[in-house]
Structures are given as structure tokens and as C-alpha cells.
Design a protein around this ligand. Structure first.
Ligand SMILES: Cc1cc2nc3c(=O)[nH]c(=O)nc-3n(C[C@H](O)[C@H](O)[C@H](O)COP(=O)(O)OP(=O)(O)OC[C@H]3O[C@@H](n4cnc5c(N)ncnc54)[C@H](O)[C@@H]3O)c2cc1C
Length: 478
């Protein structure tokens, strides 16, 4: 892209840029980078014209992590080439805009699956590494950062660094999970996971309350490759936190009679119709009348009772994609939440405090009349990245509908919940956070870690060109 062309793009009328859940929005000029050359040019112009830039992958963050009020949002989805893949070793190098969907569709036939995937396959490699995303296997395989062998990063100064555990190791450990505040990944090299089948063996486990959910997850850690729990946010009293855990494991050699079929990308594609009848594209419209308190109470109850009724049927086999990307089954499902959208409140709590803290968050939501419509429980383990969100414990992700009438109450509920999490040594995750104040943000990590991060940032981006609404909200002005 020439400077002329880029100029036309940035001087376009400002665009409304929404968080994935649509609840946070600000206006920016949106520019598109399709090569390292254009990226370099855009950084140079921003430096010269004193503009700020937020990097955007696919915009799948529930937070304001890729928004930049009054500045530029630089979209990287066009930089999505695979630069190298060794089908023997499973080492893959790609540009940052490659989506998880493009990734597994390119490697599965050779028996390689991404080592860590998020609940949506539409996120990009650059976006998940910038957030150091976790999957349903976090307790076992760590975060995506644990599988990054090296990357190149273009700094706003124009310098390009190669980083690994041995080379520029401080930038390596800070940029993974550094939410796009140090520079732009231009290529990433990761180690893929060997699989011998495109199927998983999945076992559903229905549990009557939160204590039982946590205990079962803990017990199943040793024998599972993936663990994820769904929680009914409406259940109260002795049923508080009841739900269903799905424990899954990879198949071993010889267990899948037709690996050549199940490893084909076509066999992994999600069905185009729900229940074989409704086109998927319609489904959010069918859901829309139920996305309110009575409707979601009913859906959560029905899901719990149906799971309990079928639990005897026990283990079943499911494709890797169907298990991993459940939420992608219903395209546009967030639209069912209406114009105010949704936010997610995901807190990470050390194991010893999980039952008390997560239980209290559910109770408090119910007491305030703001019940989460979806609750997802995961088990985590610590990792070596500077601003990591992971703890040796559990996370509970709670989805709340946002309306004009409840917005202020929802933000004050979050203000009430934050200290409960932080007092237990808990953490929050910038890919999901929409509500954190500066004061609460300052309590997530030890002060020295934040200072070390900000010092690396001053070195990589001395003029503070990389900025987001999230950065200003949680860390203050540059
Ligand atoms: C339905 C759904 C399910 C999800 N499930 C999970 C889950 O299971 N686990 C989990 O961890 N997360 C999950 N997420 C969150 C999601 O994985 C993260 O928000 C991820 O960062 C989104 O990737 P993206 O490409 O859309 O990045 P964006 O949201 O566009 O950006 C995320 C951050 O990355 C930065 N960034 C983007 N590209 C680059 C680059 N090239 N160089 C440097 N920085 C860059 C941006 O500035 C921003 O700070 C889920 C999100 C959705 C919508």
C-alpha cells in the first residue's frame, strides 16, 4: 500500500469499532496492513504525525483491547500467510493474521492440531499470542505462549526483533500476554500437537453444585486432555454452581478405525443446520426471545435436566472442531443479546479459595438481580509470562447481558466482585475484561512485574504510539 493510499484510508470518516460482545465501542480510523512493508510505513507515518495505533487481529476480544478512541485501529487480518510448515516435526511459521480455523484446516491432514485453541476458531494467531490465550487444556498444556518457539516483532521505532527463550528473552516473555503494547508480531513459529485421530473421547459428568464441580475437575486432571465445565448461573442454595463437566481425551493409535477420514478437514466442519433442520444462520433469531431472565432460567434448567437424563449414555466420540468450538455452532449468537450486547467477567482464583470465591460471585450476581446467562469453568496452571492471567486454580467466565437499564448496575456489580477475587490472590484477563478500574488493575500483578513491563514498553515504543482504550483504562494515560 502506498502512503497515498494509506492516507485515504486514515482520513476516512471515523468508524465505530465495537468489542466482540458489542458492549464497548469507540470511534477510530481503521487502516489495513497486508505486509510488513505497509506495517512499517504505517508506523512511520504515525510517528511523524503523532497518531496512536491499536493493533487488531479478528476483533474477538470481549474487552476494549483493540479499540483506540480518536486514534487508528490497524487491522492485521490480511497478513495471514503460512510461511513454513514441517509436516515431520509439526513446526509452523505464519503471519499473525492467520486464524485458528485456517491453521487447523492446513495441518490436520498431516496429523497436527493447534496445541491450544480458544472457544472460537475465528481468532488470529497474533491476537491469541498477544493475549497468551488458554484453552480447555490449560491445566495440562499451559497457554499458547508455552508453544511459541519464536517470533519476529516490528517495534513502532521501525526496528524488527527476533525473540525466543534465548534471544531477546525479556521481550519474548513480555510480548506474549503483552496485549499488543510492545510491537506488532510479524511472524510466529509454534510447535503443533501430534494427533492420530480427528476425534476425541468425551465424557459428560453432571454435578449437583460448585463444590462437586471443582472436586470432579480436580480428580479428572490426571486422566483428561481437556476439561470444561458449564455452570447454571440461576441455580441457588444447595444447587449453587451445579453444572456439567465435559472431560475429553485424545484417541490412541488404533482406537480410530478411520483416521484418514476423521483427520480430513471436511469431516471436522461444523454442521450447517442445527438439529438437522434450522439453517445455522437463523439460529440467533430463534434464540432472541429467550435471552432474558425467564428464558435463560428455562434454557439453563433444561440443559441441566437433559444432561442428567442422558448421563447413563456416558462417553461418546466427537470431532476436535465440534468439541473445541462449540460457540461457533451458532453464527452471530451474540446478536441474540440485543443492541446492548454482552460482557464477560472471567476471574482466575487460586485453587484453595475457588469454592468460596466463585460461589460468592454467583450469589452476589443473584442478590443484585444480574444473573449471568452462561457460566464456564476451567482449570489452569501458572506460566512464565510477565503479565500472565493464569493461576494454579480455576477460572469462571460469566456472560452478562447488557441493557441501557442495567449497564450502571452491572458495572457496580463488577466493582463489588473485583476485591473478592483480588483479595484471594486472583487475577483477571485482558481479553475478557470490560469493567476493571485502574485501582483494581494495579492489584493484579506484583508492582515490580508491572514496572518491568512498562520499562520494556518504554524501550520498544518510546513515543507511546501503541495505545488502546483498555491500556488507558487500566494503566492510565501513556
Ligand atoms: C466466542 C469466544 C470464545 C473465546 N474463548 C476463549 C478461550 O477459550 N480462551 C481464551 O484465552 N480466550 C478466548 N476468547 C478470547 C479471544 O481468544 C482473545 O480475545 C483473542 O485475543 C482474540 O484474538 P483476535 O485475533 O480476535 O485478537 P483481537 O481481539 O483483535 O486483539 C487482541 C489483542 O491482541 C493484540 N494484537 C492483535 N494482533 C496483534 C499482533 N499481530 N501483534 C501484536 N499484538 C496484536 C491487539 O492489540 C489486542 O490487544 C474467546 C473469544 C470469543 C469471542
Amino acid at each position: 500500500m502506498s502512503q497515498e493510499r494509506w492516507r485515504v484510508d486514515v482520513d476516512d470518516p471515523q468508524e465505530r469499532v465495537e468489542s466482540w460482545g458489542r458492549a464497548l465501542a469507540s470511534r477510530s480510523r481503521v487502516a489495513y496492513a497486508t505486509s510488513v512493508g505497509t506495517l512499517r510505513e504505517i508506523f512511520e507515518i504515525a510517528r511523524r504525525e503523532r497518531r496512536t495505533i491499536a493493533l487488531r487481529g479478528a476483533g474477538c476480544s470481549y474487552s476494549d483491547a483493540f479499540q483506540n478512541a480518536g486514534g487508528i485501529v490497524l487491522d492485521l487480518a490480511g497478513m495471514n500467510r503460512i510461511l513454513g510448515f514441517d509436516a515431520e516435526s509439526g513446526v509452523l511459521t505464519a503471519e499473525p493474521g492467520l486464524t485458528i480455523a485456517q491453521l487447523w484446516r492446513s495441518t490436520l491432514r498431516d496429523g497436527w492440531w493447534p496445541p491450544v485453541v480458544t472457544g472460537t476458531m475465528f481468532a488470529t494467531l497474533g491476537g491469541i499470542v498477544a493475549m497468551n490465550a488458554h484453552g480447555k487444556n490449560n491445566f495440562k498444556r499451559g497457554t499458547i505462549g508455552d508453544h511459541v518457539l519464536s517470533f519476529t516483532i516490528l517495534l513502532p521505532t521501525g526496528e524488527e526483533l527476533r525473540c525466543s527463550r534465548d534471544e531477546n528473552a525479556d521481550v519474548f516473555h513480555a510480548a506474549i500476554g503483552g496485549f499488543g503494547m510492545l510491537g506488532c508480531f510479524t511472524s510466529l513459529t509454534i510447535q503443533m500437537k501430534r494427533v492420530v485421530s480427528g476425534l476425541l473421547e468425551v465424557e459428560p459428568l453432571v454435578e449437583p453444585n460448585l463444590g462437586a464441580m471443582l472436586e470432579t475437575m480436580e480428580r479428572r486432571r490426571a486422566t483428561s486432555d481437556y476439561l470444561v465445565g458449564w455452570i447454571d448461573g440461576f441455580a441457588s442454595g444447595s444447587s449453587l454452581g451445579r453444572g456439567v463437566i465435559h472431560a475429553a481425551r485424545y484417541l490412541h493409535d488404533g482406537e480410530d478405525p478411520h483416521p484418514e477420514v476423521t483427520l480430513s478437514p471436511a469431516s471436522q466442519e461444523l454442521p450447517t443446520r442445527i438439529l438437522g433442520v434450522f439453517p445455522k444462520a437463523w439460529t440467533w433469531r430463534l434464540l432472541r426471545p429467550f435471552v432474558n431472565d425467564p428464558g435463560m432460567r428455562l434454557i439453563n434448567l433444561a440443559k441441566y435436566l437433559a444432561s442428567r437424563a442422558h448421563v447413563e449414555e456416558h462417553a461418546y466420540r466427537q470431532s476436535l472442531a465440534a468439541f473445541s468450538f462449540l460457540l461457533d455452532y451458532v453464527p452471530g449468537w451474540k446478536l441474540a443479546y440485543g443492541p446492548g450486547g454482552l460482557i464477560q467477567y472471567q476471574s482466575f482464583v487460586p485453587r484453595a479459595h475457588a469454592a468460596r470465591v466463585l460461589g460468592r460471585l454467583l450469589e452476589l450476581s443473584q442478590e443484585r438481580g444480574l444473573v449471568p446467562y452462561l457460566g464456564v469453568l476451567k482449570r489452569h496452571r501458572p506460566d512464565p509470562f510477565l503479565l500472565t492471567h493464569a493461576v494454579d486454580g480455576f477460572s469462571l467466565a460469566l456472560d452478562y447481558r447488557v441493557t441501557a437499564a442495567n449497564r450502571a448496575r452491572l458495572w457496580s456489580l463488577a466493582r463489588e466482585m473485583d476485591p473478592i477475587v483480588l483479595d484471594s490472590g486472583g487475577r483477571f484477563y485482558f481479553a475478557k475484561d470490560a469493567t476493571l478500574s485502574r485501582a483494581s488493575g494495579a492489584r493484579i500483578w506484583p508492582r515490580e512485574s508491572v514496572e518491568r513491563f512498562l520499562a520494556i514498553r518504554r524501550r520498544c515504543d518510546p513515543e507511546g504510539i501503541l495505545q488502546t482504550d483498555l491500556f488507558r483504562r487500566v494503566f492510565g494515560a501513556a
